[in-house]
Design a protein around this ligand. Structure first.
Ligand code: FES
Length: 103
């Protein structure tokens, strides 16, 4: 597939923060780790909590509901109870506009 606008400016997602975006009907989590924006699915695979309500610490987002932890750079589970990881999407930034490739 191709890169499509995420409807967010990179400057709206400063380092250490997260924002939700809706891309082609899919909820996406944008997370800025040390100046680099990463995109994953926003729904926790454990019980469906929205991860944008969680806490970002470096590359790790902690689900607010039961504490699963994911690496936002690749979507992998670091701490359960989530049974599997998040979808991870390529990101690029052009003229401050965040673009995401949903694949
Ligand atoms: S819904 Fe995220 S850990 Fe349970």
């Amino acid at each position: 597939m191709a890169y499509v606008p995420a409807g967010r400016k990179a400057s709206d997602v400063p380092p250490g923060t997260m924002k939700i975006a809706v891309v082609m009907g899919t909820f996406i989590l944008l997370a800025n780790v040390n100046g680099q924006i990463h995109a994953t699915s926003n729904v926790c695979p454990h019980a469906g909590a929205a991860l944008n309500y969680g806490r970002l610490d470096g590359p790790e987002v902690e689900c607010a509901l039961h504490g699963a932890v994911f690496d936002v750079t690749d979507g992998e589970v670091i701490v359960g109870p989530a049974p599997y990881g998040l979808d991870s999407y390529p990101v690029k930034v052009e003229d401050d506009e965040v673009l995401v490739d949903l694949g």
